[in-house]
Structures are given as structure tokens and as C-alpha cells.
Design a protein around this ligand. Structure first.
Ligand SMILES: Cc1ncc(COP(=O)(O)O)c(C=O)c1O
Length: 391
């Protein structure tokens, strides 16, 4: 019913992923598999909702309606078994801005904030831009999979440690943390008075056999010690509409966060985001289920191709997200050579692993949310470039 195979030309739409190639990579003739949006058309219900709104030719200030909150509450209950109360939901234009507001609300300059590297690169910049210290608690990489390192975490905590930024599911490694893992992490934070900011923006994009646990669902104590960053933006490919919902069950934390937003007068959604969210959560579930089937096939296609034809690369099997984390250490190149290889020899615009942390320097991140024919072309290019390298 939905055709994820069809190619929609995104050029000349000011798309950062496509039209931004020249500025970011110095070349326009690359296949872009970098920034995390999808090359798929959104669900027809979302398009209809936006078209309806455009038809009314006055575009004044908006507020978040009751229908908006109800839609979010129903989604969290249906898809995440999470009972959310309306008062807990705080509209914010984006998850990255939410991280920044939370950092300002819950810490002061020179405080320490923990991240589990390799991790989504704005985790570092939001901390640094706010003049707080990044403390890394590197994940353990063992037999092609990643695990949390609790011992290292406890060692890194001191009296200046106030916050932990959790990525759940984790970008770029695609892990879905189990309830047990989250519980162990949550307990360490509780014992040390560290608030958890749980970025769960990828939580709807989970592959078969894995189940996402919302951090606030782990235990009542942990629920009161965390804030959950959610959004329909990744799930429904509407990042450009700038709508996200930060869900904060604890009244005291929510008040502090709210105060920080109000300082910048961040109180209203734009004209389109609200209707799109309702159309997404209330009417696009079938689209999402089809998308997940397609992504699952893309992931399997990519992994099979690499395993059978480009054995120098190793894909870290993702449990969630359309972002594949690929171990390129088998190519025997250093970080700079690797970057050059994928950019100039393969003609691909990827996210170089090092931006996610030192541990990622021999990795590349591939965004596989594109039609399968494009993915095939990507793999053929890499296969050829690897062969040319050997000759
Ligand atoms: C973990 C994570 N958080 C946040 C974002 C971006 O969220 P937003 O566009 O709402 O700022 C991304 C986008 O890739 C992401 O991967």
C-alpha cells in the first residue's frame, strides 16, 4: 500500500541532507546517507492534515490543544505501555534544544555531565556550549556488540556530577537497552543524585524481537529522577516540523525545566507541527508498521551483502534505528584515510565515526532509510572501491 521503493527527488527543497552536500562535503555528486531523516514520503494522513491547515489562509499564533495532548497520551499507552498524564508533557521544538534546556535547568557551569560514548554528537556540543564538562563513560564493545560499563561509570562519578544523558535506543550503535540494564543504570544514578535525561527519540523504530523500555517505566523511583525526550520526528519523518514532547513526571523537575523554556519564550508550536503529530499518532500506525517491515528488509539486505561480499567490513547488528554502525577496522586504514575512502573513492556522504567519540574513529554511520535500489548502488560502490584498493 505504501511504496517505499519509489524515489522522490529532494533536490532544490533546501534539504540539508541533499542540497547541503556541497557545503558539508565539498561535492554534490555523492549519495547522501548521513543526517537522520528518511528519503521516504510521509504518511498520506500527515500530508492531508498539512494541506488542510494551509487552506486556511491565516497563520497566526497557536497553542497546544486538548486533542494534541490526548493523541500523545494514547500513543504512549498503546505503543509503549506508558501511562502519561497531560501535565507531564512539555512541548519543545526539538530534542536537541530540550537537552540544552535540561542542562541549564539542572546543572550549573563547570558541573560534570556523563555521556556513554560513542554517542550522538550533539550530546557533546550541547554540554560544551553550555560550559559544562563532558565526562565519558565509554560503552564496552565486545564480539560485535555494545554493553554499558557500570564499573567505569561509578569510578567517574564525583561531587560535581549532576546529570547523565542517556541515548535510548542508542544512536549510533542501535542498541535497545533492556529493562535490567536500564534499572542498573538508574540505580547508580539514584544513589549518586544524578538526574537522567533520557533521549528516546528513536523509540518507535525498534526491530522485531526487541522491546523498548521507557526509562520512566523502570521503577517509580527512577521515574521521578528522569525526563524523557520524545518526538514523532524520526518515526514519521517530520523533523522539519520541529515538534517534540518532553515528558517529566516529577513536578519539581518539570517546574525547573519549564522555567528555563520560559526564559527564551519557548511556549508555542508552529502552525504545522501540531496537526501533523495528531495525524501521525492517530492515523499513521499502519504506515509505521509498513515502514518497519521495509527497514528490517533494508537492514538484512545491507548486512547480507556486507557479510557475503565485503567481508572486511563488519556491521554492528542494530536492534533499533535506521542507522547502521559499521566497523571498518578490517580495511586497515587510519581515521583520515577511511574518511577519504568513503567520500572520494566510494562517492558516499556518511557520518564519520569519530564525530560520535574517539571510540568511533574506525567506524562509519550509514543511514539506510532510502529505497533499496539506492542502497544496492551504495553497496556496489563500496565493493568496487574495496577491490580497487587491493589492486
Ligand atoms: C539521539 C537523537 N536525539 C535527537 C535527535 C534530533 O532531534 P531534534 O531534531 O528533535 O533536535 C537525533 C537526530 O538524529 C538523534 O539521533
Amino acid at each position: 500500500m505504501y511504496n517505499f521503493d519509489s524515489i522522490t527527488n529532494r533536490c532544490k527543497t533546501n534539504s540539508l541532507k541533499w542540497d547541503g552536500l556541497k557545503e558539508k562535503y565539498g561535492r554534490e555528486d555523492l549519495i547522501p546517507l548521513w543526517i537522520a531523516d528518511m528519503d521516504f514520503e510521509v504518511s498520506p494522513s500527515i500530508v492531508k492534515s498539512l494541506q488542510e491547515r494551509i487552506k486556511h489562509p491565516i497563520y497566526g499564533y497557536m497553542y497546544c490543544s486538548d486533542d494534541y495532548y490526548k493523541s500523545i497520551i494514547r500513543w504512549m499507552k498503546r505503543r509503549h505501555s506508558w501511562e502519561v498524564e497531560k501535565e507531564w508533557i512539555v512541548f519543545t521544538p526539538g530534542v536537541v534544544s530540550a537537552l540544552s534546556y535540561a542542562i541549564r535547568a539542572f546543572t550549573k557551569p563547570e558541573d560534570n555531565i556523563i555521556v556513554q560514548s560513542p554517542v550522538y554528537h550533539p550530546f557533546y556540543s550541547t554540554i560544551e556550549n553550555n560550559k559544562r564538562n563532558v565526562i565519558t563513560n565509554p560503552l564496552i564493545y565486545k564480539n560485535g556488540a555494545y554493553y554499558m560499563d557500570y564499573k567505569d561509570l561509578e569510578r567517574k562519578i564525583d561531587s560535581k556530577t549532576k546529570l547523565l544523558l542517556l541515548c535510548s535506543p542508542h544512536n549510533p550503535i542501535g542498541r535497545v537497552w533492556t529493562k535490567e540494564e536500564l534499572s542498573k543504570l538508574g540505580e547508580v544514578c539514584l544513589r549518586n543524585n544524578i538526574i537522567i535525561i533520557s533521549d528516546e527519540v528513536h523509540f518507535d523504530l525498534v526491530y522485531r524481537e526487541h522491546t523498548h523500555t521507557v526509562m520512566a517505566n523502570v521503577s517509580p523511583e527512577i521515574r521521578d529522577n528522569c525526563i524523557i525526550c520524545t518526538s514523532p520526528s524520526k518515526t514519521f519523518n517530520i523533523a522539519g516540523l520541529q515538534i517534540s514532547n518532553i515528558i517529566i513526571p516529577n513536578n519539581k523537575l518539570r517546574k525547573k525545566y519549564d522555567e528555563e523554556l520560559k526564559k527564551d519564550h519557548i511556549v508555542r508550536p508552529n502552525i504545522f507541527g501540531q496537526g501533523a503529530l495528531i495525524a501521525a499518532y492517530d492515523e499513521s500506525e499502519e504506515w509505521l508498521d509498513s515502514l518497519m517491515r521495509y527497514l528490517e528488509e533494508n537492514k538484512d539486505f545491507f548486512i547480507d551483502f556486507i557479510e557475503t561480499r565485503i567481508s572486511k567490513l563488519k556491521v554492528v547488528r542494530p536492534q533499533s534505528t535506521y542507522l547502521l554502525w559499521v566497523d571498518c577496522s578490517g580495511l586497515n586504514m587510519n581515521s583520515e584515510e577511511l574518511k577519504e575512502f568513503f567520500l572520494n573513492k566510494s562517492g558516499l556522504a556518511l557520518n564519520h565515526g569519530e564525530i560520535f567519540g574517539e571510540e568511533g574513529k574506525l567506524f562509519q554511520r550509514f543511514n539506510i532509510a532510502c529505497p533499496r535500489t539506492v542502497l544496492e548502488e551504495v553497496l556496489l560502490r563500496i565493493e568496487k572501491a574495496v577491490k580497487d584498493e587491493v589492486l
